[in-house]
Design a protein around this ligand. Structure first.
Ligand code: SF4
Ligand code: FES
Length: 387
């Protein structure tokens, strides 16, 4: 594991703590602008406008600081990162300083020439999201006509350029029956990895929970499908499967544990321990415009708030899993209990778990309401290239 100490020159401002583990990944939300309107969008309810976004030079400076801090990977995300016209300048510097660069994209704004240009500049990997393999349903979920066809084209370009491809397929009750075909599709387009993640219900997705929550029976079927596919496709396709919290016994260690391995930077430069952290009240977040990244990582109030296990209450405090799942997700704990320091109700040991889990059973058996689409009210929507 990469370690940093006060003896290592990291930035102009030396970190205050004696020793800490450096983060592995930086999630760079380059913009909140996005042409899609997915009902499970994980961006905050209040989107940041384009006029407050970090400039090209500011992102380049942050990237240099990230490399000096020991970060190994940068995930270029959004919104839709390709909505930034200066993506090339950002990728170029990330590659120059030796970061592994992953573009997380919906693909619909890309052209073949642009993708080739990014690959030539050193882009290492593409993570392409899809809504379904049924094109009409996919376009309905994203509220974007022609999106599925365009994504298929983009997947072909990624492979033609020899870039590794991960397919990302968020799963919910309105595409869950396609899972077997999604797995076949991932193999067909030459993806090396497939992420099948059941939706997490916070931020915008919480508004659409009743429209997205699968039944327990449907969920159990996905477990079986994924397990069989993993066995059958060994050496061909790696499948990462994220189960829905509502049907789990123990929660996931959200972000691998708060302030343990990942930093998230919003379009305007606010540095967060997770992408939904701004939903927590009473927190203050440093900005890369005011403080060095290393200092924020080691010493920032937000990162230290739920780092480690000292902040925990019972039952987490004395639980043998406290350093395995770190009490689950702070943002979900706050959204569902009103206190971010409570045990995530996804945990079966939480006193609120049974009551909370009942919701899934009830909602998933009712007729799904219409989607509340994620319309980008506060941010400028960019039209697809060439359309
Ligand atoms: Fe994890 Fe806390 Fe549940 Fe224990 S009580 S399993 S630490 S969430
Ligand atoms: Fe914030 Fe899980 S999304 S801790």
């Amino acid at each position: 594991m990469n370690e940093i100490t006060t003896g290592t020159h990291v930035t102009d401002a030396e970190p205050a703590l004696a020793c800490a583990r450096a983060p592995v990944g930086l999630l760079a939300e380059l913009t909140h602008r996005c042409p899609l309107q997915c009902p499970y969008c994980s961006n905050p309810l209040e989107l940041e406008r384009s006029n407050v976004e970090l400039t090209t030079a500011e992102w380049q400076d942050v990237i240099r600081q990230a490399a000096a801090l020991g970060i190994l990977q940068i995930h270029l995300s959004g919104g839709e990162p390709t909505a930034r016209k200066d993506l090339e300048d950002i990728v170029k510097v990330a590659a120059e300083v030796g970061l592994y660069t992953n573009l997380i994209t919906a693909g619909v704004l890309l052209t073949k020439e642009r993708l080739k240009g990014l690959a030539d500049l050193g882009l290492d990997h593409v993570q392409l999201s899809i809504q379904d393999v049924d094109a009409a349903n996919a376009d309905r979920i994203a509220a974007y006509k022609g999106g599925a066809a365009k994504k298929h084209e983009v997947a072909g370009w990624v492979k033609e350029l020899g870039l590794p491809l991960t397919l990302n397929a968020p799963l919910h009750r309105q595409n869950i029956d396609s899972l077997e075909r999604i797995i076949e599709y991932a193999v067909e387009i030459g993806a090396g990895r497939l992420e099948v993640a059941h939706i997490q219900y916070y931020a915008w997705a919480l508004k659409n929970r009743a429209a997205l929550m699968p039944t327990r029976e449907a969920f159990m079927k996905t477990v079986d499908i994924v397990n069989r596919a993993k066995e059958r496709l060994k050496g061909i396709l790696v499948i990462d499967f994220v189960v829905p919290d509502y049907y789990a016994k123990f929660p996931k260690p959200c972000m691998g544990g708060w302030g343990r391995g990942v930093m998230n930077i919003t379009p305007s430069g606010r540095v967060l321990p997770c992408h939904a952290a701004e939903s927590l009240p009473g927190m203050s977040f440093d900005n890369v415009r005011d403080r060095k990244l290393a200092e924020i990582w080691l010493d920032g109030d937000a990162f230290n708030k739920f780092r480690g296990t000292d902040w925990m209450k019972e039952p987490c405090k004395s639980c043998s899993r406290r350093e395995i799942d770190f009490g689950g997700c702070r943002c979900q704990a706050f959204a569902l209990t009103g206190d971010a320091a409570n045990t995530d109700p996804a945990c079966s040991l939480s006193p609120l778990h049974d009551e909370w889990a009942k919701v899934a059973g009830l909602e998933s058996h009712e007729t799904p309401p219409d989607f509340i689409y994620r319309r980008v009210g506060g941010a400028k929507v960019v039209e697809p290239a060439g359309e």
